[in-house]
Ligand binder design. Structure first.
Ligand code: NAI
Length: 346
């Protein structure tokens, strides 16, 4: 739908009353109320649109200094269109910003920002996927649904006997490591920058090769960059332990889906929990139940009894939704006031 909802009142200081923000992909069922509340509290004018930012819907941003988007692709051509409507600041209501052409934005004089929120929602979800995967929860659910109450093939493993490897020890990765500290597993980590707090907590940093050789479970928490695109591919998988389990709540592009599928088919990979997949743009957050999707990998991954797939929703908690909406609008006010903005992508 291309419904656009203009907001009722303009309050606050004079500069703010003319500072307009267009929010794309606004979810009526949870975000709308929040934006209306922050509009009043922060004294800005917010235009709420349920549609995605596209060449067609870009015109809605006319007169807006800032726009807010979600994880829909923002290639150079689309940024150019927004620049032509006078948009100077784009805030993504997400932590990752790999869906935006940052270089093009810089060239066009558009400031890009993200809208971070507490790490616990995603970290809890990743921990849940680890437990679900080692205990074969998808198969248990599938059998229960057809009243098959047998045990054969459902034997799980215990975390105390396993080595869990975390890639990316930033806010989320560190919280996952801390969540895991109560389970008695051996915890190892890899990051391009090692963190002293992590080391002090009994976690051993290893090289990537050591990670592949030692980990029974690998959980990804690094942003997607040009350098680490497909970091888990044919070569890495061949070095991993037999039966390794892979959890991805970071970005689909970190894993080569075809290599992952081959690894599952051969039995090399014993299970996976995937909140994100490659080429999820346009699929996730839409009702596509009558459509034939152009993502064969997703069909295949969903079909495996040992692979749990969810639609990029590890973040989706009450606390995260509240914080992300507020920080998105706060960032716009910092930008308009020329204040230091902690969420600006440098
Ligand atoms: P963060 O910026 O606090 O931490 C990222 C860590 O990854 C940093 O320590 C960084 O040094 C490390 N890193 C960067 N490149 C690396 C590489 N090539 N190899 C290993 N480590 C590398 O970010 P945060 O908040 O922990 O989020 C991590 C990622 O989780 C985000 O970038 C985003 O893609 C994803 N995410 C997914 C969500 C979901 O709903 N599934 C929600 C929120 C974030």
């Amino acid at each position: 739908t291309n419904e656009s909802v203009a907001c009722p009142d303009k309050v606050g200081q004079k500069w703010r009353s003319i500072m307009k923000i267009t929010v794309y992909n606004c979810r009526d069922f949870d975000e709308r109320e929040l934006f209306l509340k922050y509009e009043k509290e922060l004294g800005v004018e917010i235009q709420l649109c349920t549609c995605a930012p596209t060449q067609e819907s870009a015109a809605l941003s006319q007169g807006s200094l800032c726009i807010s988007i979600i994880t829909t692709a923002m290639p150079a051509e689309l940024l150019e269109t927004f620049a032509s409507y006078g948009v100077k600041y784009i805030v993504t209501r997400s932590i990752g910003y790999d869906h935006i052409d940052i270089a093009a934005a810089k060239r066009l004089g558009i400031t890009i920002a993200n809208s971070p929120y507490g790490p616990n929602g995603v970290a809890d979800y990743a921990t849940m996927l680890i437990l679900m995967t080692i205990r074969k929860m998808k198969s248990i659910e599938m059998r229960g649904a057809v009243q098959d109450y047998t045990l054969k093939g459902l034997q799980g493993r215990e975390l105390k006997d396993l080595t869990v490897g975390v890639i990316g020890t930033g806010r989320i990765g560190r919280t996952v490591l801390s969540n895991l500290s109560g389970f008695g597993c051996k915890r190892i980590a890899y990051d391009i920058y090692e963190n002293d707090e992590v080391k002090k907590s009994g976690v051993h940093y290893v090289t990537l090769d050591e990670m592949w050789q030692q980990a029974d479970v690998i959980s990804l928490h690094a942003p997607l960059t040009e350098e680490n695109h497909h970091m888990i591919g044919e070569d890495a998988i061949s070095k991993m332990k037999d039966g390794v389990m892979i959890i991805n709540t970071a970005r689909g592009g970190l894993i080569d889906s075809e290599a992952l599928i081959r690894g599952i088919e051969s039995g090399k990979i014993g299970g996976a929990g995937l909140d994100v997949v490659e080429n999820e743009f346009g699929l996730y957050y839409n009702d596509r139940r009558e459509d034939i999707l152009d993502n064969r990998e997703l069909y295949l991954l969903r079909s495996f009894p040992n692979v749990t797939v969810s639609h990029h929703m590890a973040f989706y908690t009450d606390d995260c939704v509240r914080t992300v909406a507020r920080n998105a609008i706060m960032g716009c006010t910092y930008f308009a006031e020329g204040k230091e903005n902690p969420w600006e992508v440098k």
